[in-house]
Design a binder for this molecule. Structure first.
Ligand SMILES: [Zn+2]
Length: 230
């Protein structure tokens, strides 16, 4: 909530004009600059999410969703060790690039829908659009891992990264563990940003955000567990 300095009325956190006296409360942001926003997510995540929520245009949300989807498709192929199912390595790489954007848009749409609904049940005030933008920007470390770590994984292991015959852990244990460590760190960082982002857009306390995070982690674990047997 944000209090009007003229009449004292409590307004929505991201309101521009006071609901009661129409006084000016704060500036809207027109556009998000990609590198500025990414840098700010590292330095001052809270301020970055405020800016994302105040932005009229949620720039780069579609692009980042598509890149996230490419990372998800390669992760599923890796997780299910489906490497051998592809006639050739170029087909596997192509599958990620072609299917990724659809997977990413669908995933971020459904995931944001769930987080938005659960947020509302917990008393959150964030709009679906703000929740979605916050989620997509929160998951940006996974995109970093696609851009920075994945090419190294491919350079070292090639098609064997996605196969268990022989397992990549046997081919080069140190490189495999270190690289998966970076991927794991990206996931943890995303989770931290996800909590911060939902706190900011919903006007939550940290306690409520922790409850929401626990629900998200449970649902994600359940999905991964299900994928194991799919
Ligand atoms: Zn007012």
């Amino acid at each position: 909530m944000i209090a009007c300095t003229v009449c004292g009325t409590q307004n929505d956190e991201f309101a521009v004009i006071c609901v009661s006296c129409k006084s000016f409360l704060q500036m809207k942001v027109d556009n998000l600059n990609l590198f500025e926003t990414l840098w700010s997510l590292m330095e001052t995540p809270r301020a970055a999410f405020r800016r994302i929520a105040l932005a009229r245009h949620k720039n780069y949300v579609i692009l980042l969703s598509c890149l996230l989807g490419i990372a998800i498709v390669y992760s599923v192929i890796w997780f299910k060790t489906l490497g051998a199912r592809f006639a050739d390595f170029a087909v596997l790489v192509g599958a990620g690039i072609l299917l990724g954007p659809f997977a990413g848009l669908l995933f971020t749409f459904l995931f944001s829908l769930v987080v938005h609904r659960v947020g509302r049940l917990l008393g959150g005030t964030g709009s679906y659009r703000n929740v979605r933008a916050a989620i997509v920007y929160a998951l940006v470390p996974i995109v970093y891992s696609l851009v920075l770590v994945f090419p190294i994984e491919i350079a070292i292991f090639g098609p064997y990264f996605f196969s268990d015959n022989p397992p990549p852990l046997v081919i080069n244990p140190v490189a495999y563990i270190v690289l998966l460590g970076f991927d794991g760190a990206a996931i943890v960082w995303s989770l931290v940003l996800l909590i911060e982002g939902t706190v900011v857009v919903n006007g939550f306390s940290r306690g409520k955000a922790a409850v929401l995070a626990a629900i998200i982690v449970s649902l994600t674990s359940l999905a991964v567990y299900g994928l194991r047997f799919a």
